[in-house]
Design a protein around this ligand. Structure first.
Ligand code: ZN
Ligand code: ZN
Length: 127
């Protein structure tokens, strides 16, 4: 496949971790970045193409966090919500089923919750 070169700027910390990972996985930097981008784009297709979607959103917070107000805004999608604690971390799992654009919006909102990071996992392949 034809390759295209382009320059990107990333934080030093992230670049160092990327280099570490290339050593551990015995991959060159370009192959690793290409694999990461490919996987990210496949996941993002769930946001880009409107369809009936089901997804798992994992929210990992470094302190106790309530997302019930956020979830109230998404009564049009089917949500299962699990809330658990391990040491000081507050872990929440949201299983969402409904319109993909709405799930994408929910994910975007959860991604902005303070001291939390959200991870999106599509629960189906075909769109
Ligand atoms: Zn989907
Ligand atoms: Zn909690």
């Amino acid at each position: 496949m034809a390759k295209r070169r382009f320059g990107v700027s990333i934080s030093r910390d992230l670049a160092d971790r990327l280099d570490e990972l290339t050593k551990i996985l015995d991959m060159d930097r370009s192959s690793l970045v290409e694999a990461a981008l490919r996987s990210m784009i496949v996941e993002h297709a769930h946001y880009l193409v409107s369809h009936e979607c089901s997804a798992l959103i994992v929210l990992i917070c470094s302190e106790e966090t309530s997302i019930s107000e956020v979830l109230m805004e998404f009564k049009d999608i089917n949500i299962t919500h699990l809330h658990d604690h391990k040491e000081a971390r507050c872990n929440q799992i949201i299983i969402a089923a409904g319109q993909s654009t709405r799930i994408a919006k929910l994910y975007a909102k959860l991604n902005k919750v303070r001291k939390c990071r959200a991870k999106y996992v599509a629960l189906h392949e075909e769109i």
